[in-house]
Each structure stands twice: as structure tokens, then as C-alpha cells.
Design a protein around this ligand. Structure first.
Ligand SMILES: *Cc1c(COP(=O)(O)O)cnc(C)c1O
Length: 421
């Protein structure tokens, strides 16, 4: 099976761009996340090509990976940012994102988060409920500011993905139900401190077909027509994120090809002049990262062979959370060991702590494995469960490797606690 872009096998050793992963593991220890700058920029480039010549703003959904150096890389390459919390707002600003290029998504924004976002002057609030509209209007009025808003609509389309990462169906918590949209826009237009500027949707994640996007587009444009009949003109249309990546033979459409199709429908329907916003996360960073982990022990059994490694569900939560598949490859191939079928598991005290099941691997203790496609929803979901320090991170650019996050120590983890006297 082909490797993700910028990951290559050279003389039996895996490299990210021009840097040997074995050398990085030796120099910085494991678990270690390693990202390719070129892979991120290439993934972003496909969107930029797809939207070239159109008024557009690509707001990278930073919850996928919010490390500062990653944000800086993408902001410097032209991205705005899609945030979902006050913490992400501070990170976005620290990474140098212009406030007007920040959009604020999420169903549970607090008043304090709204106040801060208004004070710095973010570009748009993606509002998810009628109750939130009322609170935002009140907070903006009290602050003597105006809030630009877009309303997240739920187009009720099936993204055909895992139920936990499907967000565009009627029965989930996201967005305004289709038949309440017009009334909600009326309510928004009547709010004295809100400027209604757009509409948005986000139908799910790891979407591997164009169909759900095309369905959502038609339904959103039906709504735009109906909303504009009430006298509110929408300046932008935001199609969210959700495009999938190849984890294990998945074949999502390329971003530029997907956008060629979507733009054609936008033009046919007469909305080609609107600013297009998108919020891609996984498809920008997912296949730009790997997680290196060292094999600690082999534990062969009657029915299962366990390979115990030093990365765990606290570093790579996706298998435990979504039964997700990540490819696992040795960073150096061995010819002196026969391959066996292993369940690759971490040291955490939970049966859910596995990284891969039934993997054919020729390995010995001390060898380093690369868990592939680990750029999105891994480090940003990492926890300290079992008082395990979060991993270090390295960004590779050509032959240069830069540590962008140090390994977290036990002292770091205890810093905010107050022991009893
Ligand atoms: C998570 C999220 C995204 C990004 O989704 P990806 O699948 O990572 O592209 C975009 N918009 C919203 C509102 C989200 O919640």
C-alpha cells in the first residue's frame, strides 16, 4: 500500500521528508509526534487551487491539531482559523492569526468566551441555537460592540461516516434544524447588536465521498434562497470541514476536484459570487503526522500475541474512542526476525488501550514503530491519564527537524496542584 506523501522508505529506513525517523526517535525519545511541513502545505494547496479565483477564506479547524508551530505554519501559508473554545482563541492569537480571520464554532460558547472574542474582534460567530443568538446579542450590547454571525444549519444529510463523527443528521446536537432555519434568521435579523453575514454547515468528519457534500450544498442553497426572500443578504457561505483522509485504503476525493464540482453547482444556482468559507481540519494535518513508539515487550499468548509499546490511548485516543484504524510500520525493516501477528497495545490500565489489532510485524523489543496518519485528533486529544506526560513534537522541513513541543514532565503535570500541608 502506498505511503502518505513525504513519508518514504530509503535503504530500509522510514523518512519524513529528508529526516530518518529512527534517528529522531533516538535523539528525542518516544512517544514522539513528527510532522511534515511539506505534507501540510501540499494538503492546504489542494484547497487553495480548488478555490483560486474565488473570494474565499480557508479557516483551518484547529481542534484537529492546535500546536502553536502547526498553527503558525498554516497561518503564514494564508489560513484563517476555526476555533471552538476560548482556549483555542488564545492559541490562535498567539500563533499570529489576524482576529478578523478567526471564526468561532461550537454549541456551548460561554458569555466569557463571547466577550473575549468580541473584544479582540473576531470575524464571525457560527451560532448553533436560538438561545445562543439571544445571549450573544445581549453580551454584544453590554460590551457596546456588534457581533457578526452566521447560523449553522443542519442540512439533514447522511455523511456516511462513523456515528460519533457524523454531525449533519436531524438527531444530533449540532446546528439549527432545517425547518427552523427561516425563523432563526428572522430572530437574528431583529437582534439589535448582531450583523447577519453568513450561513454555515458541517456535516461530519472523515467523509470519503463527494455525494454528501453535493447533497448538503443543494439543501443549504435552498435555504439561502428562502432566507434572502426575507430580506437578509448572506455575504458568505461556509461549508465546514469533514473531508476524509486515507487511513487504510480510503479513497476520499481530492480537495481541488471536490471543489470543482461544488463550485460548478454554486454557479449554476447563481451563488458563485458569494465568499466561500471552509473549515478543514483532518484533511490538512492528518496524513502529515506520525507517532513514533518503542516496542517494550513481546507477550505471546495462546490466542493473541501482544506487542506492548510505549505509546498509549492517552497519546493516540482514536482507536479506543472510535475503533479507528492507524497503519503501523517499523521505522527500520528487519530481515533477521519472522513476522508474527500482534495486537499492538499501550501500557495504560484499560482493555481499550490498543493502537492496532492483528498486525503482521517483524519486530524485537527496542525497535521503533511509526503509527501513521497521526497528525489530526491525536496530540490535540492527548491526556495525562495514568500520569503519563504528553509526547514531544517535531516539525520537519526538508532536512531540518525542529522540536516544537518538549516532552511533558511529571512536575509539569503537578504544577497547578496544591498538596495538603
Ligand atoms: C471539527 C470541525 C471541523 C473540522 O472537521 P474535519 O473533519 O477535521 O475537517 C470543521 N468545522 C466544525 C464546526 C467542526 O466542529
Amino acid at each position: 500500500m502506498p505511503l502518505p506523501a513525504f513519508l518514504t522508505q530509503r535503504h530500509g529506513e522510514l523518512h519524513v521528508e529528508d529526516v530518518s525517523l529512527d534517528a529522531l526517535a533516538r535523539a528525542h525519545g518516544t512517544p514522539l509526534f513528527v510532522y511534515s511541513k511539506a505534507a501540510m502545505l501540499q494538503a492546504l494547496g489542494a484547497y487553495q487551487r480548488g478555490l483560486a479565483g474565488r473570494a474565499h477564506l480557508i479557516c483551518y479547524a484547529m481542534k484537529a491539531n492546535s500546536s502553536l508551530a502547526i498553527l503558525q505554519t498554516l497561518v503564514r501559508a494564508g489560513c484563517g482559523l476555526d476555533i471552538v473554545s476560548g482556549g483555542e482563541l488564545e492559541r490562535a492569537l498567539a500563533a499570529g492569526c489576524a482576529p478578523e480571520r478567526i471564526i468561532f464554532s461550537g454549541v456551548g460558547k460561554t458569555r466569557a468566551e463571547m466577550r473575549r472574542a468580541l473584544a479582540v474582534g473576531i470575524g464571525c460567530f457560527n451560532v448553533e441555537s436560538r438561545a445562543e443568538l439571544a445571549v450573544l446579542d445581549e453580551v454584544a450590547r453590554a460590551a457596546g460592540r456588534r457581533a457578526r454571525v452566521s447560523i449553522r444549519v443542519n442540512p439533514d444529510v447522511d455523511a456516511r461516516t462513523h456515528p460519533y463523527i457524523s454531525t449533519g443528521l436531524k438527531d444530533n446536537k449540532f446546528g439549527i434544524a432545517h425547518d427552523e432555519v427561516i425563523d432563526t434568521y428572522r430572530q437574528a435579523a431583529a437582534c439589535e447588536s448582531l450583523d447577519v453575514v453568513g450561513i454555515d454547515c458541517h456535516i461530519g468528519s472523515q467523509i470519503t465521498q463527494a455525494g454528501p457534500y453535493l447533497d448538503a450544498l443543494e439543501r443549504v442553497l435552498d435555504l439561502v434562497e428562502a432566507i434572502e426572500l426575507t430580506g437578509t443578504r448572506l455575504h458568505h457561505i461556509d461549508f465546514g470541514g469533514g473531508l476524509g483522509i486515507d487511513y487504510h485504503g480510503d479513497t476520499p476525493p481530492a480537495a481541488d476536484e471536490l471543489w470543482a464540482k461544488l463550485l460548478q453547482r454554486l454557479d449554476v444556482r447563481g451563488f458563485g459570487d458569494r465568499q466561500i468559507m471552509i473549515e478543514p481540519g483532518r484533511s490538512i494535518v492528518g496524513n502529515a503526522g506520525v507517532c513514533l513508539t518503542e516496542v517494550l515487550y513481546q507477550k505471546p499468548g495462546e490466542h493473541k500475541n501482544f506487542l506492548i509499546v510505549d505509546a498509549a490511548m492517552n497519546d493516540l485516543p482514536r482507536p479506543a474512542m472510535y475503533q479507528a484504524y492507524h497503519r503501523i510500520e517499523p521505522v527500520r525493516s528487519r530481515t533477521d526476525t519472522t513476522a508474527l501477528t500482534w495486537d499492538v497495545v499501550g501500557p495504560v490500565c484499560e482493555s481499550g488501550d490498543w493502537l492496532g489489532r492483528d498486525r503482521e510485524l517483524a519486530v524485537q523489543p527496542g525497535d521503533v514503530l511509526a503509527v501513521l496518519s497521526a497528525g489530526a485528533y491525536c496530540m490535540s486529544m492527548a491526556s495525562n491519564y495514568n500520569t503519563r506526560g504528553r509526547a514531544a513534537e517535531v516539525l520537519v522541513d526538508g532536512a531540518q527537524a525542529t522540536v516544537i513541543r518538549q516532552r511533558e514532565t511529571a512536575a509539569d503535570q503537578m504544577r497547578l496542584e496544591t498538596p495538603l500541608p
